[in-house]
Design a protein around this ligand. Structure first.
Ligand SMILES: Nc1ncnc2c1ncn2[C@@H]1O[C@H](COP(=O)(O)OP(=O)(O)O)[C@@H](O)[C@H]1O
Ligand SMILES: [Mg+2]
Length: 384
């Protein structure tokens, strides 16, 4: 791709380090992602997130066409000197923090990296969910497309690690079907595309720095479950719970989001779940301990401590044996609580409205009992 004559049309997104522009090159639209880098970043090195991202683009470039459509393609990249780009940020960063210092150093650097990517329109899953009413079969197709994306990356040994609603684009398609585990799944006119690969992990990059991520190296298949259903950034979980609506409701009420109101909201909310709703825990803990039996010992330990000590749950479990299984149980208890007691969930998690599940209650309850990625996908496949 010759990029000597590009025309910048408009800005389409900006994060802490980079900005994405819609550009034209020889009459074709592209998304150009530009960010300041240090001179030394030009050397290929997997300890550097820039090169981990480029490595994933290489993998995507080698995929069959019918699979590549779930990802954005890199057409060209270059490092440029005397880069005049000025990074604008929505949030201020403490200039004394290490991240603040890193950003200041980047802003000063004359070097930039430019990535020239396929342009996938202006709808992210976040904006799309706010402005469209979906039929139930479309919801299942979208969930299965998310599973397809996660599985395709897994087949190459990768996990995206940052799949949330703003990193999924929604584009129209005329294609009819894709296949997943041997079954044909209709697109219903909607193609999901995963973008933003800066957090990608792979064994060849070395052991990821986050504590929980060591499980990725120990047992990738089970760790896949964290991409599928665990954690605040997990797109399938937030899609099922319609987080975007909860976020929009908080913004409407100008009340601040849970983590803005209280940085410890998750810690506090989960602790209150155990302390204030012992009957709920009693009723459901066996259900999810049966799904993940390895969590039992740690669960008993946390339960015995939480009502007597002043400690939060996560510091109590981190790096203990079977902590991964414990968080799976905890996650499912939390989602089940949201499902059964939306009013109370809103209160303890500091939301501004009650969660509204996009799938029938019975199906969500069933999904919460799937203990492997394959079972999870097979259940969704049985719905279409
Ligand atoms: N290829 C693309 N096509 C269309 N829009 C894009 C594309 N890449 C990024 N965007 C838009 O720009 C935003 C920021 O880009 P992203 O790659 O997620 O970077 P970051 O989150 O690190 O700032 C996205 O949320 C999306 O709205
Ligand atoms: Mg992003």
């Amino acid at each position: 791709m010759n990029v000597s004559n590009i025309e910048i049309i408009r800005k389409i997104g900006a994060g802490m380090k980079g900005t994405t522009f819609l550009i034209k090159n020889k009459g074709k639209d592209y998304a150009m992602k530009i960010q300041h880098v240090l001179e030394k970043d030009r050397t290929r090195d997997f300890s550097n997130e820039l090169w981990r991202e480029i490595d994933l683009y290489d993998y995507i470039g080698r995929m069959k066409l019918k699979n590549r459509c779930f990802f954005t393609q890199l057409h060209h990249y270059d490092f440029i000197n005397d880069c005049g780009h000025k990074q604008e940020r929505e949030w201020e960063v403490d200039t004394n923090s290490s991240f603040g210092k890193e950003l200041a150093e980047l802003d000063k650097s004359p070097w930039c990296l430019r990535l020239f990517l396929d342009y996938h329109g202006d709808s992210t899953l976040a904006t799309y969910m706010k402005s469209h009413r979906l039929a139930i079969k479309q919801k299942y197709s979208m969930l299965l497309q998310l599973c397809k994306i996660i599985m395709l990356l897994y087949e190459g040994g990768y996990m995206h690690k940052d799949l949330h609603e703003n990193n999924i684009m929604v584009a129209p398609t005329t294609k009819k079907y894709f296949t997943l585990m041997g079954k044909k799944v209709p697109y219903y006119g909607i193609q999901l595309v995963a973008i933003d690969y800066g957090n990608v992990i792979h064994e060849k990059f070395g052991i990821p720095y986050q504590k929980m991520s060591r499980h990725f190296v120990e047992n990738k298949y089970m760790y896949l479950m964290t991409e599928i259903l665990y954690g605040g950034d997990c797109v399938i979980r937030s899609f099922i719970m319609n987080y975007e609506k909860m976020i929009a409701d908080c913004l409407k009420k100008k009340r601040g989001l849970p983590w803005e109101v209280d940085g410890n909201y998750l810690h506090k909310g989960l602790k209150r779940l155990f302390i204030d709703y012992p009957d709920f825990i009693e009723k459901y803990k066996e259900t999810y301990l049966r799904v993940f039996p390895k969590a039992r010992e740690l669960f008993d330990y946390v339960e015995s401590q939480i009502r007597t000590s002043n400690k939060y749950i996560f510091p109590m479990i981190i790096n203990r044996e079977n902590d991964l299984y414990f968080v799976f149980v905890l996650n499912r208890l939390e989602m089940r609580f949201a499902l059964e007691h939306p009013k109370e969930y809103k209160k303890i998690m500091r939301w501004c409205s009650e969660p509204e599940f996009i799938l029938p209650k019975k199906d969500v309850a069933n999904l919460l009992e799937m203990n492997t990625p394959n079972k999870f996908v097979r259940f969704l496949l049985s719905k279409i």
